[in-house]
Design a protein around this ligand. Structure first.
Ligand code: ZN
Length: 123
């Protein structure tokens, strides 16, 4: 996802800012699997649009040597330790395995929702 700098509130979950509580907690985060239903729960309407845009126009295929022209199929989802969404799937054109990290974890609202979700898993 492209970063547009600035804004009143800038959140850097990947920074090394030691006072950043979120960042300290994050070191302990595990990578977890996400079902499509769980993803549906985590993303709001706008984020779903972003997700499907990236899925169809933002995944690079090394065999096609281009962005997967027909998007990605048969994909599974993970939440990585930064609360980014990782998509593992196949290029719809040639079947090559493709992976794309979608940096949703940089969005503080998504990040917090993902944290709540992780907590709900532990209970
Ligand atoms: Zn391909």
């Amino acid at each position: 996802m492209d970063k547009t700098g600035g804004g009143l509130f800038t959140f850097h979950p990947k920074c090394l800012f030691l006072q950043c509580v979120t960042h300290q907690n994050m070191k302990k985060l595990k990578e977890i699997k996400l079902s499509h239903l769980q993803l549906d729960f985590l993303l709001n309407k706008e984020e779903k649009k972003g997700f499907s845009f990236l899925l169809n126009h933002g995944v690079y295929c090394t065999r096609c040597n281009a962005i997967c022209a027909k998007g990605v199929v048969n994909y599974t989802l993970r939440l990585n330790r930064f609360n980014d969404i990782v998509v593992d799937g196949e290029c719809a054109v040639c079947g090559q395995k493709v992976t794309r990290v979608m940096e949703f974890g940089e969005n503080i609202l998504f990040f917090e929702k993902a944290m709540d979700y992780r907590e709900s898993l532990q209970n």
